[in-house]
Design a protein around this ligand. Structure first.
Ligand code: COA
Length: 254
């Protein structure tokens, strides 16, 4: 099982646990994450959800083998189910970013409520270098958070950035030493045990209200392009290069 779930002291923890593949997210893992969020959201014993990874790796993002071999994500895709569950979750979602957070590993943080990052973590949204495009409203939320110029470095060039920069540009709340990030994030999640859940739920909804429609519109526009780009020769070259452990060659494309 690559997603471990546990409810302890009011906090439902969803732990990504596939260290041999750097916590790459397979379709089954997305479905487990979606189910885990939905079930925690409906469980009266749960006040907050904690998303975490393994020491040194939060997630290396989508399983690139799935990208190569499976059909493009449609309306019944587990990836969409996971992100929809995250976007629709009434309860606070806290992320403990224990290490590298790549692709959807960074994108999902944009839709969490509190984000704590290991000071050794690197975040990245290298979609263009994979022949892909931004996903799940990152093309909207990232420039809103940090302005167009810095968003272009992250989304057009795919430049990685540190936990400290994630805090500075508003993606994360705090940077912590690697062996403290999970404990700290859990402590913050447990704070919701002492707050009135109805007020927390309504405030979360209000915080997200103004952007809700724009986020759904952005996701629809991104998904249409993402699905066709997944089959593009540029993406095929990028995926093959990754598994052949060589740099991709985009020189023949125009
Ligand atoms: N999908 C599928 N397999 C992945 C993966 C992914 N996203 N990320 C890592 N793996 C696999 C590697 O193929 C390798 O498998 P192998 O041992 O069978 O060869 C194993 O996990 C270890 O990865 P490796 O690249 O050797 O580890 P590293 O420590 O040198 O680098 C990363 C770690 C995360 C920086 C690197 O694996 C990486 O860049 N992964 C791809 C990130 C990415 O592009 N994600 C998609 C974003 S949309």
């Amino acid at each position: 099982m690559s997603i471990k779930t546990a409810v302890i002291n009011g906090v439902a923890t969803l732990e990504i646990a596939r260290p041999d593949k750097k916590n790459a997210l397979s379709l089954a893992m997305y479905q487990d994450l979606a189910n885990g969020i939905r079930s925690a959201n409906g469980d009266p014993a749960v006040r907050a959800i904690l998303l975490t990874g393994q020491p040194g790796i939060f997630t290396s993002g989508n399983d690139l083998e799935d990208f190569m071999s499976r059909p493009p994500p449609g309306p019944d895709s587990p990836i969409l189910a996971f992100m929809t569950a995250l976007l629709d979750c009434d309860k606070p979602v806290v992320a403990a970013v224990t290490g590298a957070a790549i692709g959807i590993g960074t994108t999902m943080l944009l839709h969490c409520d509190l984000v704590y990052v290991s000071d050794e973590a690197r975040l990245a949204m290298p979609f263009t270098s994979l022949g892909l495009v931004a996903e799940f409203a990152s093309s909207l939320v990232v420039p809103r958070l940090m302005g167009h110029a810095r968003a272009a470095e992250k989304l057009l060039l795919g430049d990685p950035f540190t936990g400290a920069e994630a805090v500075e540009c508003g993606i994360a709340n705090a940077v912590l030493p690697p062996d403290e990030v999970l404990r700290y994030a859990r402590r913050m999640a447990e704070r919701f045990n002492t707050l009135p859940p109805g007020a927390v739920r309504d405030t979360k909804r209000l915080l997200r209200r103004a952007d809700r429609q724009a986020i759904h519109d952005a996701i629809a526009a991104e998904n249409a392009l993402f699905a066709s780009r997944l089959r593009s020769p540029e993406a095929v070259e990028a995926f093959q290069a990754f598994f052949q452990k060589r740099p991709p060659d985009f020189s023949k494309f125009n």
